[in-house]
Design a protein around this ligand. Sequence first.
Ligand SMILES: [Zn+2]
Length: 282
Amino acid sequence: MIDLRPYQHGAIGNLRASIGAGNNRVLLQAATGAGKTIIACEMIRRATDKSKRVIFIAHRKEIIHQTSGKLDAFGIDHGIIMASHGRVNNHVGLFIEGLDVPAASCCILARPTKSLTIYLQAVGRVMRPHESKTDCIILDCAGLTYEHGFVDDHREWTLNGKIKRPKDDAPAVHICEECFAAYSKAQHPHECPECGFETPTEQRETKHADVDMVELTKDVMAQIRAKRIKRLEVGKCKTLDDFIELGKLRGYKAGWAYIKWNERKAWLQSHGYAVPSEEATA
Ligand SMILES: [Zn+2]
């Protein structure tokens, strides 16, 4: 057990007061040698004493090992999740189903899958209730929440062999721009439930056009298709040479290629793309 210095106790007190005042993203800054790890360990000890679980994230293995040693000094039981570190239960497809360790509380999804079943089965390993936990943590490194929706989303099941999921029923998973939390936009349409960041509302521009209705005959369809192919040909032109070549093929005057090339350059510039410096060689 390590005794904290008065200013370390003070820092924790200030932090708690700030969080209590409604700030949920607080940064504690302390000088080198001030004992930030000690402060963190004391906060972790207080949390784990209340059966809460804590993730401590660091970007260097030296810090991981240093913190692990301090946590041991504080008597805090912990594991380490780190590349090529033995204390994490690494496996490839071994415990996706049929494993019953209800105390398991963190699932790292590190592989992509198109299979909703594999996704739900894998996450299911940590969804089981246990007296030692109040929730579970899913670290989705493979974007499976985007692909399949939240694990607790309502799903329509059928015994007829296929899961009824219409194509346009894509899961509305939203990533907060501010804190990167993933949440359901259906449940929280206006702000992030984690940090309160307000979701910018998308402004949709309605375009009106005056057009005459025409009967869709085979001839009209052929004309529409021909126009579309022409547009595609122009779209495929990447350089001034391409435009010149297409112009020649179509029997246009030479100026056409330059007009189209200038239009393209203007479009690229206005959309923030790099403009190819290549000029005509023909
Ligand atoms: Zn947020």
